[in-house]
Design a binder for this molecule. Structure first.
Ligand SMILES: NC(=O)c1ccc[n+]([C@@H]2O[C@H](COP(=O)([O-])OP(=O)(O)OC[C@H]3O[C@@H](n4cnc5c(N)ncnc54)[C@H](OP(=O)(O)O)[C@@H]3O)[C@@H](O)[C@H]2O)c1
Length: 252
C-alpha cells in the first residue's frame, strides 16, 4: 500500500519546478495526478516522465488568475480522473522586481497579488464544495520564506501575497476541520529549480548557502517530500501548519 493509493491529486503550476516534482512524487506514491500550467510543451514533458514511471496522469491548461479557467480546469480533472482528494495550490511566483517601495507599480502589485493570493482563493473555492460534500479532503498551499521574515531585498508584493496565503490557510483550516478537511502550507526558502539555477549567479548562490544551517540550497524534491507528508495520513493530526522547508534558514 502506497501513501496516496486511490487518491486524485491536482497540483497547480506543475509544468515545471516545484510543482512538477510534487506531481512526480505523488504519482510514485499511487495518486492519480492532474498536472497543470499554461505551457503545453512543458506539460507534455512532465506527463511523459510520469507515464514512463508507471503513473496515471491527466493534463489541464488554464490561467489560475482567471476564475472561469479555474472552474473549467477542475471540471476537466473530475471528468478525467474523478473528484479531487488532494489539492496543491502551488502555481505562483514573484511578478515584480524587488526595489524601493515607492517605485512599485500598480500593475506589478496586482500581478503578484492576483498570481498568488487570488489564484489560491479561486483554486480552493473550486474544489472545496466537493470536499465538504464528501467530508474529506486535503489542501496544501504555497507560501515562501519571503513571508516568514523581512529582508530589505525581498519583493514586498510577493511577501505580502504569500503572507496572505498563510492566513487564508489557517482561517480555512479552522473553518473546514469539522468537515474532515485539512489545510496546511509550505514555505520554502530558495529552491534550485531549473529557473533558479539559471537565474541566480553562482556568487549569490554561495552566499545564500551561508544562511542555511544545513549548508546547501533546497531542491524541488525537498519540497515534494514535505508535500507528501502533508498529503498523507502520516500527518493526519496536523492542520493549519506553515511548514518551513528551508534547511533551517527560517526558524519561526
Ligand atoms: N523556487 C523557489 O525558490 C520558491 C521559494 C519559495 C516559494 N516558491 C513558490 O513555489 C511555487 C512554485 O515555484 P517554482 O519556483 O517551482 O516556479 P516556476 O518554476 O516558475 O513554475 C511556476 C509554475 O506555476 C505556473 N503558473 C504560474 N503562474 C500561473 C498562472 N497565472 N496560471 C497558470 N499557471 C501559472 C507555471 O506554469 P507555466 O510555466 O506552464 O505557465 C509553472 O508551472 C510558487 O508559488 C512560488 O512562489 C518558490
Amino acid at each position: 500500500m502506497r501513501a496516496l493509493d486511490g487518491k486524485v491529486a491536482l497540483i497547480t503550476g506543475s509544468s515545471r519546478g516545484i510543482g512538477a516534482a510534487i506531481a512526480q512524487r505523488f504519482a510514485a506514491e499511487g495518486a492519480r495526478v492532474a498536472i497543470h500550467g499554461r505551457d503545453a510543451a512543458a506539460l507534455d514533458a512532465v506527463r511523459q516522465t510520469i507515464r514512463d514511471e508507471g503513473g496515471t496522469v491527466a493534463c489541464v491548461i488554464g490561467d489560475v488568475t482567471k476564475h472561469d479557467d479555474v472552474e473549467r480546469m477542475c471540471l476537466d480533472v473530475e471528468r478525467e480522473l474523478g473528484e479531487v482528494d488532494v489539492l496543491v495550490a502551488n502555481a505562483g511566483g514573484s511578478f515584480t522586481r524587488p526595489g524601493p517601495f515607492e517605485e512599485l507599480t500598480e500593475e506589478g502589485w496586482r500581478a503578484t497579488v492576483d498570481g498568488n493570493l487570488t489564484a489560491t482563493f479561486f483554486t480552493i473555492r473550486s474544489v472545496l464544495p466537493g470536499m465538504k460534500r464528501r467530508r474529506a479532503g486535503n489542501i496544501i498551499t504555497m507560501s515562501s520564506a519571503a513571508a516568514r521574515r523581512a529582508h530589505p531585498q525581498s519583493p514586498v508584493p510577493y511577501a505580502a501575497a504569500k503572507a496572505g496565503i498563510q492566513m487564508l490557510t489557517q482561517h480555512l483550516a479552522a473553518q473546514v476541520g469539522p468537515y474532515g478537511i485539512r489545510v496546511n502550507c509550505l514555505a520554502p526558502e530558495t529552491i534550485l529549480t531549473d529557473r533558479n539555477r539559471e537565474r541566480i549567479p553562482d556568487a549569490q548562490k554561495a552566499s545564500l548557502v551561508d544562511i542555511h544551517p544545513l549548508k546547501r540550497l533546497g531542491t524541488p524534491e525537498d519540497v515534494a517530500r514535505a508535500a507528501l507528508f502533508l498529503a498523507s495520513d502520516q500527518s493526519e493530526w496536523i492542520t493549519g501548519l506553515i511548514v518551513d522547508v528551508s534547511g533551517g534558514a527560517v526558524m519561526v
